[in-house]
Design a protein around this ligand. Structure first.
Ligand code: S3P
Length: 428
């Protein structure tokens, strides 16, 4: 795939549903009584993996063109799967489902693709084992495949060493099956979709600062839910609209939950002109339309508690920083190393290949922006966010960008390249 440079970007885009919320809608719908109806569900490969796993656990899930219908069977309605549960490339599916499976009266095995089989699962095995779960990494390396002998669980107060919504959510979901309250405290607040959505399905969840508690054995009831647009997908258009001169893009229906809106805060610190229009609520989540206008960006520091609120946007923020004037420092982001790829390495390698002045650090990177970037062939290493961030860099690089692997983009945004092309204004 050759991404060609553009003159400007103009128009409107409707981004797909939020990946995190789409996963949770299937999981919580499955554990509820009655039907859960989900609109604007993200049909990306990751969320389809979640659907597949719950079908294997005995849940009837209908996918009509405009909605997903989940015929929930309540907290105790899952059946033992007849085969291994394959979570594909999805860390969220793997870690959240593990918490649910730990509380079931049957044994199951979870595995995923080559990337999933390298990602750390001790971070969920350790709290689940503290709750009394019997869970084994079959290759003895702390990664999937995992065998989970579900059973009785006890309440704990878990102090997570990482600000991770996947870890927090895994423990909270296991907490649905525990014998007493389960509490999680994290070092910084990670995305809180599990807390908001589980409460709307009927769970008793209380949150205060970075601590959240859940009461066991609630009666969850099916809901009608609309998934807001994914700010992590909007991020590519935000960056493109800011970087490409003479651009103006209206991004409809973007989730702006404060635990996810770090990209907006970082971009504004860099001098971005982004206006939030028509702020409203969709299924308990704040949403708006974003009007993005080309801006001259300057370097910034991205660190501390801001990191969990923009963790998935760091690849595209690094692209913005490479075109900004001055230095950008990203730190406290060692979590990047355990994403779909080692993102410190993949970002630095890709931007260096294009001529950027960028250096990896143990927990982030330092980017001296402002160099003219040139064409390169970028190996996204099967990581959807690296592929999409590289495509945005290609719009502004001399000669564009060669991206041999665009298949991985389907993990979170199957129509990304088409939606991007629709906005492009080129010399005819
Ligand atoms: C997610 C949490 C984040 C994020 C991932 C989705 C979620 O991962 O990177 O894309 O839906 O809970 P961590 O919890 O590992 O930070």
């Amino acid at each position: 795939m050759h991404i060609r440079p553009v003159k400007s970007l103009r128009g409107e885009v409707r981004i797909p549903g939020d990946k995190s919320i789409s996963h949770r809608s299937i999981m919580f719908g499955a554990l509820s009584e009655g039907i859960t109806e989900v609109t604007h569900f993200l049909r990306g490969a990751d969320c389809l993996s979640t659907i597949d796993c719950f079908r294997r656990l005995g849940i009837d899930i209908e996918d009509t063109t405009d909605r997903i219908l989940i015929h929930g069977k309540g907290l105790h309605g899952l059946h033992a799967p007849e085969s291994v549960l394959d979570t594909g490339n999805s860390g969220t599916t793997t870690r959240l489902i593990a918490g649910i499976l730990a509380g079931q009266p049957f044994t199951s095995t979870l595995t995923g693709d080559a990337s999933i089989q390298k990602r750390p699962m001790e971070r969920i095995m350790s709290p689940l084992m503290e709750m009394g779960a019997d869970i084994t990494s079959l290759n003895g390396n702390g990664c999937a495949p995992l065998r989970i002998n579900g059973g009785r669980l006890k309440g704990i107060h878990y102090h997570s060493p990482v600000a991770s919504a996947q870890v927090k959510s895994c423990v909270l979901l296991a907490g649905l099956y525990a014998d007493s309250t389960v509490t999680v405290t994290e070092p910084a607040l990670s995305r809180n979709h599990t807390e908001l959505m589980l409460a709307s399905f009927g769970a008793e969840v209380t949150s205060r600062e970075t601590t959240v508690s859940i009461q066991p054995h609630p009666r969850l009831m099916g809901q009608k839910t609309e998934v807001p647009g994914d700010i992590s997908s909007a991020a590519y258009f935000i960056a493109a609209g800011l970087l490409v001169p003479h651009s103006e893009i209206l991004i409809h229906n973007t989730g702006i939950n404060p635990t996810r809106d770090g990209i907006l805060r970082a971009a504004k610190a860099m001098g971005a002109d982004i206006r939030q229009l028509n702020i409203r609520e969709v299924s308990g989540e704040p949403v708006c339309d974003l009007l993005v206008t080309s801006s001259a960006l300057t370097g910034t520091i991205i660190e501390g508690s801001l990191i969990p609120a923009l963790i998935d946007e760091i690849p595209v923020l690094a692209v913005m920083a490479a075109f900004a004037k001055g230095t950008t420092i990203i730190r406290d982001a060692a979590e990047l190393k355990v994403k779909e790829s080692d993102r410190i390495e993949t970002i630095v390698t890709s931007l260096k290949a294009m001529g950027a002045d960028i250096t990896a650090t143990p927990d982030g990177m330092i980017i001296h922006g402002g160099r003219q970037l040139h064409q390169a062939e970028i190996d996204a290493r099967g990581d959807h966010r690296i592929a999409m961030a590289s495509a945005i860099a290609g719009l502004c690089a001399q000669g564009g960008m060669i991206l041999p692997d665009t298949g991985c983009i389907a993990v979170s945004y199957p129509d990304f390249l088409k939606d991007l092309e629709d906005l492009c204004v080129r010399d005819s």
